[in-house]
Design a protein around this ligand. Structure first.
Ligand code: GDP
Ligand code: ZN
Length: 312
């Protein structure tokens, strides 16, 4: 039997079968051993094989099918153990606004780089368009152009009036979706427009006990009436955790990917080298200056592969 893990409590998992039936499952010991470097071998979004416990609405997860992607966080800042938050995410949506609270391009770019590192498709949702002034609309147009040209779908919505929310609904239907955004951008309001009545924990800051450890291992996916799911985890701000090397950063910028093969040096860092095709593309206006600036700022963060990126 195969199923989809839709809830994880740390001790047991809720698995949805193809016919909609849901079983409370434990995992087989051998799987626990495989996840030796993680606190949890199985996460929401995982497709698993399972055996039914006779005469009970319960099962035992026997194997995990290959993942397209997964997002993790360190169990503690110093720990070598990581916690898998979710797997097989189809779309990561970053909800931002140009007014109240103002978001920087650098913040958006770090999110997109992280999504690229995790191999997750990303989209931007500009919310609160009902309060944008002419200068905000000008900026909205500039940013939409930049990110659409980079290949990221962008939406302009008002969760308040409902304007264009249908477009976001169409983009998330049938998919496993992760919504991110700093508090105040209207993420809850938008999710409520998409699925009225959902009361998600996404805006909440995860709880720490007195030792500063994460106590929340609880994650679940909420089914949408239009098909698909929204992942709900209090640890969502740790989407900023990435583990990759400096030389990989340029590849996380789709615009840079288009030019970097033409640099004179195969190991060009696109910072100071002569005959750098990336820098030339920036000078010619083919790569937006703000995106290149973000590249430099991320490149110069030397704690990249060790630490959490804090979002707030
Ligand atoms: P969250 O912290 O991202 O979940 O944000 P909320 O959904 O709680 O919204 C934060 C504030 O922004 C609330 O006062 C909302 O009423 C307001 N808000 C949300 N969406 C919109 C919108 O599209 N337009 C306007 N004008 N206000 C909005
Ligand atoms: Zn270069």
């Amino acid at each position: 039997m195969e199923g989809l893990v839709i809830k994880s409590t740390g001790n047991w998992y809720q698995v949805k079968l193809a016919d909609g039936e849901q079983l409370n499952c434990t995992i087989k010991g051998r799987l626990r051993l495989r996840g030796i470097k993680t606190t949890n071998p199985v996460a929401v979004g995982d497709r698993v094989t399972l055996e039914r416990v006779p005469d009970q609405p319960a099962g035992i997860i026997t194997d995990i099918l290959p993942r397209h992607n997964h997002i993790i966080r360190k169990s503690t800042k110093l720990s070598k153990l990581s916690h898998i938050i979710a797997a097989n995410i189809d779309l990561a949506l970053l909800v931002v606004t140009i007014r109240e609270p103002r978001i920087t391009a650098g913040f958006i770019d770090r999110f997109l780089v992280t999504a690229e590192a995790y191999h997750i498709d990303a989209a931007l949702v500009f919310n609160k368009i009902d309060i944008y002034q002419p200068k905000d609309l000008k900026k909205l147009q500039q940013w939409s152009d930049i990110y659409q040209q980079a290949g990221y779908p962008t939406f302009r919505v008002s969760a308040l009036t409902g304007e264009n929310v249908e477009q976001v609904k169409a983009a998330v239907a049938g998919k496993i979706n992760l919504f991110s955004g700093v508090s105040g951008v209207g993420k809850s309001a938008l999710i409520n427009r998409i699925e009225p009545g959902l009361e998600l924990a996404t805006g909440r800051i995860s709880s720490y006990n007195e030792k500063g450890r994460h106590t929340t291992t609880h994650t679940q996916m909420h089914a949408l009436a239009i098909g698909g799911y929204i992942i709900d985890t209090p640890g969502i701000r740790e989407f900023g955790l990435v583990e990759f090397q400096k030389h990989e950063i340029a590849e996380r910028f789709p615009e840079m990917r288009r030019y970097m093969h033409a640099c004179r040096f195969h190991n060009c860092t696109h910072t100071h080298e002569p005959e750098c095709a990336v820098k030339q593309a920036v000078e010619e206006g083919k790569i937006p200056v703000s995106r290149y600036d973000s590249y430099l700022r991320i490149y110069n963060d030397d704690y990249l592969d060790k630490e959490l990126w804090e979002w707030e």
